[in-house]
Design a protein around this ligand. Structure first.
Ligand code: AMP
Ligand code: MG
Length: 330
């Protein structure tokens, strides 16, 4: 594999551009949208991305230049084609098309979920893992089999991060709620029963978030945060464990912003140790949404000749990872 790719991530709250080559991340610049109140407002997030795209791209090109990589070294422009918020995706795709025309290089449309997996395979020893991808909007258990990353289990409603954030807002905590819930949960060991919803290999978090909000009426915030985490994490660890049993794979990779949570890591680690499989967690900067992962999968796809014409570069807010033919693996 060879080449240099500039990638732009912008599916939701994080606008991030990175330049990556076969050796490492050369440069990365990020500008995060943070709502003054409430959660992510799609139009405001897109306006944020439109406002800062040129600055972020200029800065990443400058940073790369300081390391001896110039714009003439760039072989392709990659962008997050989906899944994500439509308005945000369109803004970032427009910037990517403009750069592809300006530098006269091909465009690569990257599936955001697969970028999380591939950056994890790049930056940890995991080779063929079962991946637990838990972020704001997405919660999926995936593994590679016969040309595609198959979804073995997923949420039937909202992502786990959004379930945490929604509960946190109802509890008067600011966005994003996940890290605040983690801190409060450390102050309790009193478990309050909450709905545990695993249906086959699929999950549901919406009712759990609502039930946790209800539970605040007669329990302390710390007890509810603790119980919410224990319930939700037990659900996703159960599905991950069953995916290992079904696939026979020997590695687990954690991806997505919720993966920052130390209690989740501890529970996964216990399960993996019990099963004798290895557990892999990338550095935090590669766990939440980042431009490097888009640039890196863009580089893999570019090397496989998996590029787009401008005419075919429309975004897909519901882009499923199992819709992608994996062209970049042997
Ligand atoms: P992402 O969409 O992958 O960028 O991840 C963002 C989501 O991760 C948000 O919903 C956050 O609340 C959640 N999150 C971040 N840190 C933590 C944490 N320590 N514990 C639980 N959730 C977290
Ligand atoms: Mg993500």
């Amino acid at each position: 594999m060879k080449g240099t790719v500039l990638g732009i991530e912008g599916t939701a709250w994080n606008l991030s551009a990175a330049i990556v080559n076969e050796n490492d991340v050369v440069a990365e610049v990020t500008d995060t949208y943070s709502p003054a109140t409430g959660g992510i407002h799609p139009r405001e997030a897109a306006q944020h991305h439109a406002k800062y795209a040129s600055t972020v791209i200029r800065k990443v090109l400058e940073e790369a230049k300081e390391k001896g990589v110039t714009s003439s070294d760039i072989d392709a422009i990659a962008f997050s084609q989906g899944p994500g918020l439509g308005a945000c995706l369109r803004t970032v795709a427009t910037a990517a098309r403009m750069l592809a025309i300006k530098f006269n290089v091909p465009l690569v449309g990257v599936n955001h979920c697969l970028a999380h997996i591939e950056v994890g395979r790049w930056k940890t020893p995991a080779r063929d893992p079962v991946t637990l991808y838990v972020s704001g909007a997405n919660s999926q258990v995936l593994a590679y089999r016969m040309g595609r990353y198959r979804v073995f289990g997923e949420t039937l409603d909202i992502g786990l991060g959004n379930a945490f954030d929604k509960f946190a807002r109802n509890a008067g905590l600011s966005h994003p709620g996940g890290p605040k819930i983690e801190q409060l949960a450390k102050m309790s060991t009193n478990y309050i029963p909450l709905p545990y919803v695993v249906k086959g290999m699929d999950l549901s978090f919406s009712g759990l978030s609502t039930a946790a909000t209800e539970a605040l009426k007669c329990n302390s915030l710390e007890d509810v945060c603790y119980s919410l985490q224990e319930t939700a994490f037990a659900m996703i660890v159960e599905v991950t464990e069953r995916a290992i049993a079904h696939t026979g794979k020997r590695e687990v990779l954690l991806a997505g912003g919720v993966g920052a949570n130390m209690r989740l890591r501890e529970m996964l680690d216990i399960m993996c140790t019990d099963r004798g499989v290895s557990f892999h967690v990338p550095e935090k900067r590669f766990m939440g949404d980042n431009g490097a992962m888009i640039a890196y999968l863009g580089l893999l796809m570019y090397n496989a000749g998996d590029i787009l014409t401008i005419e075919n570069s429309h975004v897909n807010p519901n882009f499923r990872p199992d819709d992608v033919d994996v062209t970049w693996l042997e």
